[in-house]
Ligand binder design. Structure first.
Ligand SMILES: [Zn+2]
Length: 332
């Protein structure tokens, strides 16, 4: 994986600080889950201790030190996560004691505190003292998805670097080229994950493929005046007790294909370009205004997905309204 995907500027900043020997003693890496915060913290730790002593954030990935960091067994590079819902005070005390030791075998000790916002006041206050008297040969990196849940006094004593969600195009390319996902699934996962690599990789892509099939079937039966078939496919596409989010996203992606396929000659712009025949059939049954109407309806539902609405009823109504529109046009 390219180590600083989506947050290249933060990687460049840290690399530059390292070259100039101006690294801060304590950082807070803040931003959504799954965008590479811990990965970058470990890369920095690895490069600081790599036997090849590279510049910037590079590491040889082959020396004993690099391999120990990769396997989580380097005595000078520690990732500490809360053992319970919040950090135990003993965990933080042990860290504070250790942080003043000289490196055992590397050049610099690096302590990475994951979910750092999950600290009670006692733990946070004891950490504060360490931040006020920073150790010479150790660095502390706090990682959090909730920057403002950290005590302001802790925030202000660290250098805060804000990570952003990864842009869809970049994430899609990564999923295709480095995680081996087929183009269609990569595109779906990138759009569905809100810019989080972690979330994109955790999606069950077999389930996504099945849902894409189900979405195509639903759209196909919409063009036919057979109520029983329509309701069966609606029920398949939106099973009760399952979040409709993914299915709505998939429907949006197919409808967007139907909108844009007339404008682009090359298939690259069409997300479902492995289903060109089905898309053409759909395109022949739905007039452009109907496609646009349906797209607006589904996008509206997607925006409402976090509200506590009876989404299944909304979805059914939206589909039926569009279908009525569609059938009137076919009859006329
Ligand atoms: Zn190395």
């Amino acid at each position: 994986m390219p180590p600083f995907m989506g947050n290249a500027a933060i990687g460049r900043l840290l690399a530059e600080c390292r070259r100039r020997d101006t690294l801060h003693h304590a950082y807070t890496f803040a931003g959504p889950d799954g965008v590479g915060k811990k990965r970058l913290a470990l890369q920095l730790a690895k490069s600081l201790n790599c036997a090849a002593a590279p510049a910037g954030l590079d590491a040889c990935d082959a020396c004993v030190s690099c391999r120990k960091v990769d396997s989580g067994s380097h005595p000078d590079v520690q990732v500490i996560a809360p053992e319970t819902k919040v950090f135990k005070i003993d965990q933080v005390r042990a860290l504070i004691q250790e942080i003043y030791y000289l490196p055992f075998e590397g050049r610099r000790r690096v302590f990475i505190l994951d979910d750092a916002d999950r600290m009670n006041e006692e733990a946070a206050n004891s950490l504060l003292k360490t931040l006020e008297e920073p150790p010479e040969s150790s660095s502390l990196i706090l990682i959090t998805a909730n920057l403002y849940a950290l005590l302001p006094t802790i925030r202000s004593r660290t250098q805060v670097l804000k990570f952003q969600p990864i842009p869809v195009r970049e994430l899609e390319a990564y999923l295709r080229e480095h995680a081996g996902l087929p183009a269609l699934q990569a595109a779906a996962a990138a759009r569905l994950s809100g810019g989080s690599v972690g979330l994109a990789l955790s999606l069950d892509m077999e389930a996504v493929a099945a849902m894409q099939e189900s979405a195509f079937e639903l759209l196909t039966v919409m063009a036919h005046p057979n109520d029983a078939a329509l309701f069966k496919h609606l029920a398949d596409a939106f099973p009760p007790n399952k979040s409709p989010e993914l299915m709505l996203q998939i429907l949006i992606s197919i409808l967007r294909d139907l909108v844009i396929m007339d404008f682009f000659q090359d298939r690259d712009h069409v997300m479902h370009n492995d289903r060109m025949e089905t898309l053409k059939t759909l395109r022949a049954s739905f007039s452009p205004p109907v496609v646009e109407y349906l797209l607006r309806e589904v996008e509206e539902l997607y925006r409402k997905r976090h509200l506590n609405l009876r989404l299944d009823t909304y979805i059914q109504n939206a589909i039926l309204r569009t279908r009525a529109l569609l059938l009137r046009r076919i009859e006329a």
